[in-house]
Design a protein around this ligand. Structure first.
Ligand SMILES: Cc1cc2nc3c(=O)[nH]c(=O)nc-3n(C[C@H](O)[C@H](O)[C@H](O)COP(=O)(O)OP(=O)(O)OC[C@H]3O[C@@H](n4cnc5c(N)ncnc54)[C@H](O)[C@@H]3O)c2cc1C
Length: 433
């Protein structure tokens, strides 16, 4: 049998994770990336001499596969990731109240969460009681529902009060699933809660990038691949994948190359464009719809700071505000994230103005920003709804796999979901080869 020669189509997190896993196992891999840079939906964006991101990302201590792969690729996570014990500060701008929930490092999970809930500011005794009852119910039921249902319906069944839903569960759902509470899958939300709160205290840590996302993930992963004999091609959009008697022909505009195996790791909406010769793959993503994420960057004077690196807002357009001065050495630069939103009717300037007005509620002395930059990713993630039929990494075609945050798995569309899918596709390939 000739040695495996693997084409990986897509240099996002999933494709690179598959490439790292295969290269580590000594397999010959070639990554084809359509764009001029790696990272896909998690990438740095050059602007005004700074490197921003296409969207501010939060990682969790529970992202085990991501952390394992970053360690394997010798990424300098001690300096590129800021690890903070879970601390949520969520301000209701209209009622001028703030929820402050902090979990202590010294207590084992899930006692740290229990302590955090009991001592939270901004919740009544009744709110705390029902939140704790729900966490106990979840522990008792191993965070597993008999039948999936919309998260809002589940929270209502669990008698979660309006302040709890508004200040705690909805902001967490938007951050984790990028899907409105009314339609979000309760089971997928519980999977993330389980991973974060049910094992080690550090699993609920917030991991915030202290650098841009390309430097954090894509660069160390790509370096690992090339150091292990693989190839990473940029500006190399694959046009066609054609099955052959013993493998696949991969055609780009510049060349056609033979491979024994293929991992397709493009985004779900890009799948049909390159698979006209692979009709069984066409129906796989029909069921998916997408949710946008907009990030509004506002540059203030360098001394301007938030009370902590990350701040939630409710009853406002802005949802999460990140202080990039405290995170990644970009003083005075705030990244304001708006998830799962309806299309904006106003101009980018008007949106930036509205966000600035809201930030005045946090820092009344704020002067007009020096500049702003609005980045909207229209298909940031798939809409993580109830009972989605997500495709498996194994396909009906021999030696051809798919990877991506949308493939079957416990996680929503996240870095961890993408890494797990890439690793799983690579492991299936290794097992069969
Ligand atoms: C604004 C925003 C904020 C987010 N926030 C978070 C967060 O806080 N935490 C979190 O964990 N996750 C977050 N996510 C989700 C996370 O970024 C994604 O789940 C993850 O990056 C998806 O990776 P992927 O490899 O599956 O897909 P993609 O990143 O879409 O990668 C697919 C790659 O394939 C390439 N490609 C497509 N077609 C071809 C072709 N024909 N030939 C060659 N290459 C091709 C694309 O250019 C792309 O690079 C966020 C996403 C966005 C957009």
């Amino acid at each position: 049998m000739r040695p495996a020669k693997v084409a990986i189509i897509g240099g996002g997190v999933a494709g690179l994770s598959a490439a790292v896993t295969l290269a580590h196992a000594g397999v010959n891999v070639t990554v084809f990336e359509a764009s001029s840079q790696l990272g896909g939906r998690a990438r740095g964006v050059a602007y005004k001499g700074l490197t921003l991101d296409n969207g501010q990302h939060i990682l969790l201590g529970a992202y085990r596969e991501t952390l394992r792969l970053l360690a394997l690729a010798d990424a300098k996570t001690s300096t590129s990731l800021l690890r903070l014990p879970l601390s949520l500060r969520v301000t209701d701008l209209q009622r001028n109240t703030t929820l402050l929930l902090q979990t202590p490092r010294q207590l084992p999970a899930p006692l740290h969460l229990l302590f955090g809930l009991l001592n939270a500011n901004g919740l009544s005794v009744r709110d705390k009681w029902f939140a704790i009852c729900m966490m106990l119910w979840l522990k008792l039921h191993h965070f597993q529902l008999e039948q999936d249902q919309p998260l809002l319906a589940f929270l209502s069944l669990q008698k979660q009060t309006e302040p709890l839903i508004q200040k705690l569960w909805e902001p967490l759902c938007l951050a984790a699933l990028n899907t409105p509470l009314q339609i979000a899958s309760a089971q997928v939300f519980l999977n993330v809660l389980k991973d974060s709160f049910n094992q080690k205290t550090q699993d609920s840590d917030l991991l915030l990038a202290a650098t841009d996302l390309t430097s954090l993930i894509s660069t160390p992963f790509a370096n690992f691949v090339t150091e292990h004999g693989g190839e990473v091609l940029l500006n190399a959009p694959v046009k066609q994948i054609t099955p052959q008697s013993d493998g696949y022909l991969i055609a780009t505009a510049a060349q056609s190359m033979d491979f024994s195996h293929v991992v397709i790791a493009c985004g779900p909406h890009q799948l049909t464009q390159i698979t006209s010769d692979l009709p069984s793959l066409h129906g796989l993503v029909e069921q998916l719809t997408y949710q946008p994420i907009t990030t509004v960057y506002l540059q203030y004077e360098q001394h301007i700071q938030l009370a902590q690196p990350m701040q939630g807002l409710i009853n406002s357009v802005s949802q999460w505000v990140f202080d990039r001065g405290q995170l990644c050495g970009q003083p005075g630069l705030f990244a304001v994230v708006i998830s799962a939103h309806a299309p904006f009717e106003q101009t980018q300037q008007a949106l930036a103005d509205s966000v600035h007005q809201e930030l005045l509620g946090l820092i009344p002395s704020l002067k007009q920003p020096l500049w702003h930059k609005v980045i909207t990713e229209k298909r940031a993630t798939f809409s993580c709804e109830v009972k989605l039929n997500r495709p498996n990494n194994q396909t009906s075609y021999k030696d051809l796999y798919i990877a991506g945050d949308y493939t079957a798995g416990d996680y929503p569309a996240t870095i961890e979901g993408a890494v797990r899918s890439g690793v799983n596709a690579a492991n299936l390939l290794l097992a069969s080869a």
